[in-house]
Design a protein around this ligand. Structure first.
Ligand code: FAD
Ligand code: NAP
Ligand code: SF4
Length: 676
């Protein structure tokens, strides 16, 4: 079907009067770390230009500060503006119709230096320092620095700026009483509290003139107990509109809020309804965002009238050509963002360069390229898990002839377990993507085929890549073969009975996922916005302060009594993802799951699980013990190949099982396939 028929709203240009945005998709702002490294500007130029070629209407850069105290990466001098030319020129050369706006981010109390400033000297829950309270002179300096930064952005060739007024950064901390306890004209009443953000926008507009895009990012639902009331959100948005914003972009939550807003457990487009409500109050176009990762989801939001523009940030890391593929009717080729945060936000918040689990080229465009080979080879890839899939498809794309084997009936390896966990439904998209790539690249896929060294030798391949994955670790423990003991694979595949009282041995990613599976009840929150809202205590209908004030989370549970345990003394769940681990811990705690560390397992028998807890002997009366005790590399085939003198390479779990996840497996396979 013609894209303009299928996506009439998505591909309609947006007329801003002085300029047009060619379609309704923008790449949302993401701090990637490229802003802060030597040579980062050239890498950003390549990164953004690739997205411009991929069809987006507008790009917002990662956040840049207006001054030193704002946090990392600043634009405050003409010399710095000159450097940004690399980015704006590259984007406009890639497609002159694509707009690029600089995000001006003043982190306020969240800036990592001791120079941080804020309306009041109140340390944010997640901040390292108590900020310095701004005096009148300091406030004036910040205002003029914002104006200067915006003027320099214009000089650098940007089409506009986005001012972030949400997330717990400087502007938003003026808005709520918990962080603004001033008694002067910048604090107290809401009119006073909103004075600073409104004045920032007014000064910025004054500095850039009228034909320049000014976007204001507002916390339309800040998810804070005692946060902004709905009438305050509307009052602020109207005031921002009145002083010259071109577009208002809605944002949900502060970084310190305890509600997940972008993790994979959040339903697609869950928050667009809030934008829709605000849109009714304003004349300027509105942007919505959060968990909109496919074109049909974006089209539905626009068709409902919930927004004028759709921001996709992480989906542009996963697939720079998302919009182009939608335009050309190739949606089944989109490499969908699965909202895992593992290579993007988890990296950002631990000081590592951003990338993407499903696309390791993201932010590495100048370093990792899949160029055509001048020496095509016949390759066998054994194992169609994430490592084998990435390797096979990249090698085939480069011109190698690839045969891909798997003993299972479907591709995916352990992703076929992961996708069965409530909240991980997005993992299906990755398998759909690889399935289509296999078809398009003409890879010879042989499922239900367990191969051995002799078969591979008979086929006469130039090289064999062993991606056979792992086998679960079976702890050496008396009673480990007792009928109460089951493996996580059998539980997830529904092949093992799970009783009422359960011990989960091992509290890594898989232990947590299994706990989620067996304590979950009803529809998965990730698939139903109402269930999600109930589970996290959000009231979308009445919008109390912050959307959450006074709303108690109501979590459905299977009623099983579950204990998740580990031998280490560190807190349970510490190794989970930086930005998502807390959501898993909190969900399970709310379902009554007990978490035990420092456990020493002794034996399993009819009485249950015998162990030492804090050195004290204990018997836990359980019906089922589920073993989630890590994994070991499965190298039977590799050992056979070596013994028979055949050349083979190891990738993924077969190479290294500890510290292995899909991010590492795909990254390693991609780098190796780019080099063969
Ligand atoms: P595997 O996925 O194990 O694939 C190996 C493949 O080889 C299998 O399909 C197997 O059938 C095949 N095979 C083996 N021997 C042969 C043979 N002789 N002949 C033919 N075929 C053979 N990781 C994350 O990063 N994020 C997550 O959120 C996440 N969640 C997970 C949830 C669960 C429940 C599980 C179980 C895992 C999860 N993982 C997650 C881990 C991730 O899935 C693995 O790290 C990843 O699958 C490893 O990829 P791989 O290709 O090396 O091996
Ligand atoms: P894991 O994270 O290494 O956890 C293994 C668990 O088993 C640990 O809790 C460990 O704790 C315990 N253990 C290790 N040896 C044991 C033994 N001999 N006896 C008893 N317990 C033992 O591995 P995993 O949970 O199997 O996950 C596999 C991979 O998939 C991991 O890399 C993980 O990151 C990835 N994954 C990621 C996610 C995600 O959401 N990002 C989800 C699922 C899986 P103690 O040693 O302290 O007992
Ligand atoms: Fe999306 Fe995960 Fe990639 Fe981040 S790492 S962009 S969340 S798929």
């Amino acid at each position: 079907m013609n894209a303009l028929v299928k996506y009439p709203n998505l591909f309609a240009p947006l007329d801003l009067g002085f300029t047009q945005i060619k379609n309704r998709v923008l790449m949302g702002s993401m701090h990637t770390g490229l802003e802060d490294i030597p040579g980062g500007m050239a890498r950003q130029a390549a990164y953004f230009a690739e997205r411009a070629r991929g069809g987006v209407g507008m790009i917002i850069t990662g956040g840049i500060g207006p001054n030193r105290e704002a946090g990392s990466g600043k634009l405050s001098t003409p010399e710095e503006a000159q450097e940004h030319r690399q980015v704006t020129d590259a984007v406009h050369a890639a497609d002159p119709d694509v707009k690029i706006c600089l995000q001006i981010l003043h982190a306020g109390s969240l800036a990592r230096s001791g120079e941080s400033v804020a309306p009041s000297a109140i340390r944010a829950r997640i901040a390292a320092h108590v900020p310095n309270e701004l005096d009148e002179e300091g406030i004036e300096k910040q205002l003029s620095d914002f104006a200067n930064c915006a003027a320099l952005a214009k000089e650098a060739g940007y089409d506009g700026v986005e001012i972030i007024g949400s997330a717990g950064y400087l502007l938003s901390t003026f808005l709520v009483e918990r962080t603004n306890q001033r008694t002067d004209q910048w604090g107290g009443t809401f009119e006073n509290r909103m004075r600073f953000p409104v004045e920032v926008v007014r000064r910025v507009r004054e500095a850039v003139g009228k034909d320049f895009i000014v976007i204001f990012r507002i916390a339309a639902m800040d998810m804070l107990e005692g946060g902004m009331a709905w009438d305050e959100v509307v009052t602020l948005a109207k005031a921002i509109e009145a002083v010259g914003a071109t577009i208002i972009s809605t944002h949900f939550c502060w970084h310190e809020a305890q509600v997940p807003t972008i993790a994979t457990m959040v339903p697609r487009a869950a928050f667009a309804q809030v934008t829709g409500r605000l849109r009714k109050e304003l004349k300027v176009p509105l942007i919505t965002s959060n968990r909109i990762n496919m074109p049909d989801v974006a089209e539905a939001v626009l068709a409902r009238g919930d927004a004028d523009l759709i921001s996709m940030a992480r989906p542009m890391l996963a697939d720079p050509e998302l919009v182009l593929k939608a335009l050309e009717g190739r949606e089944d080729e989109i490499n969908t963002c699965i909202a895992c945060n593992q290579a993007c936000l988890d990296h950002t918040f631990t000081g590592r360069l951003t990338s993407c689990l499903v696309n390791p080229r993201a932010c590495h465009e100048t370093e990792l390229n899949y160029l055509p080979t001048d020496k095509p080879k016949r390759l066998a890839v054994v194992g169609a898990g994430p490592a084998g899939l990435a390797y096979a498809t990249i090698a085939a794309e480069r011109g190698h002839s690839v045969t891909l084997y798997d003993s299972a009936a479907e591709i995916g390896g352990q992703f076929n377990l992961a996708r069965r966990i409530p909240g991980k439904e997005e993992f299906n998209e990755t398998l759909r993507y690889y399935g289509r790539r296999i078809e398009l690249l003409g890879i010879d896929l042989r499922l239900n085929t367990r191969v051995d060294a002799a078969q591979l030798k008979a086929e006469g391949f130039d090289e064999v890549i062993v991606a056979t994955g792992i086998e679960p670790r079976k702890p050496q423990l008396e009673g480990i073969d007792h009928p109460k003991v089951v493996s996580y694979i059998d539980v997830i595949m529904g092949r093992a009975e799970v009783g009422q009282k359960v011990a989960i041995m091992g509290a890594g990613g898989i232990g947590f996922d299994v706990a989620e599976l067996i304590t979950h009840a009803g529809v998965s929150a990730s698939m139903d916005i109402d269930v999600f809202a109930k589970e996290w205590g959000i009231d979308f209908v009445n919008h109390p302060r912050g959307g959450v004030t006074g709303v108690k989370p109501v979590v459905a549970t299977s009623g099983r009594e579950v204990t998740l345990m580990q031998r280490k003394s560190e807190s349970v769940g510490k190794s989970l993802g930086k930005t998502t681990g807390w959501t898993h811990r909190l969900t399970l705690q709310r379902r009554g799951v007990k978490m035990l560390n420092g456990v020493d397992y002794l034996r399993i028998d009819d009485d249950g699980l015998h162990m030492l807890v804090g050195g004290q002997p204990t018997v836990m009366d359980v019906d089922t013990v589920i073993v989630c005790a890590g994994q070991l590399p499965l190298r039977t085939l590799f050992d056979q190949l070596e013994a028979s003198g055949q050349k083979a390479a190891l990738i993924g779990g077969a190479f290294e099982a500890s510290e292995l996840d899909a991010k590492a497996a795909i990254q390693q396979a991609s780098v190796m396939a780019a080099a063969i």
